[in-house]
Ligand binder design. Sequence first.
Ligand code: DHB
Ligand code: FE
Length: 287
Amino acid sequence: MATIVGSVMTSHVPAIGRAIAKHLEADPYWKPFFDGYPPVRAWLDRVKPDVAVVFYQDHGLNFFLDKMPTFAVGAAAEYRNADEGWGIPTVEPVRGDPGLSWHIIESLVADEFDITSCQEMKVDHALTLPMALLWPGGGDWPVRVVPITMNHVQHPLPSPRRSYALGASVGRAIGSWDENARVVVLGTGGLSHQLDGKRAGFINKPFDLMCMEALVDEPEKLARYSALDLVREAGAQGTELMAWIAARAALTGRVSKVHANYHVPISNTATGLLALQNDGPALARAA
Ligand code: DHB
Ligand code: FE
């Protein structure tokens, strides 16, 4: 059976792509952000995932306002990166895992999630930048990927409760996959940010830190917010927190915090990083 080794939740601000391309990791503006990643990379080196299941928002690359699935699961053998308008360098394609994708799709539908399955899919900065931060160097990615997009673009958005249920269902699907694979679950986006409108630049540090705490031991607490509560507390784009909620919900049983980092601001965004190890029975069984 497959094993979930843990979750990594991280921001995905497009400017990170430019900073990586220009080798600005030690620059005073960027250092407090990039310094968060080496301990998480060291943990990934230890737990050695084969596959990353990634919850994130597609920012208009596959789905625009005319066609917007609430949740979509990629089922391709390969996902190409394209620039959806930020002008950041594209990265090498990532390999898919169609076997796990279809198992997750079948499990989700059996669980009564009306998802969209995508045998062709491009991936945007919300998938590629976390990949580049966790497995730097690009090119030959050490993990296969299953992308799961969530609509955080166009209202009505799914609720945090529904996002939690989605993550829990995906976690059960991974746990019942009949392959001896090690899986890490990523959630990308957030934390608080608003890119336009009257509250452009809005950041809510106390709320972000409360969420990062709650995600460790009491993630159900965050499922009590509505999507509009998140808009109010975290900004219009802070709703990407729902990808973190889904990634956390995929872990059952005990978890331990591997590492956390919070830095304000990068671009318009409060950036966060949280890595959690799954200490539940699943991991013990695989060890
Ligand atoms: C920014 C943050 C995002 O999450 C995103 O998708 C695009 C831009 C920003 O802060 O610049
Ligand atoms: Fe985003």
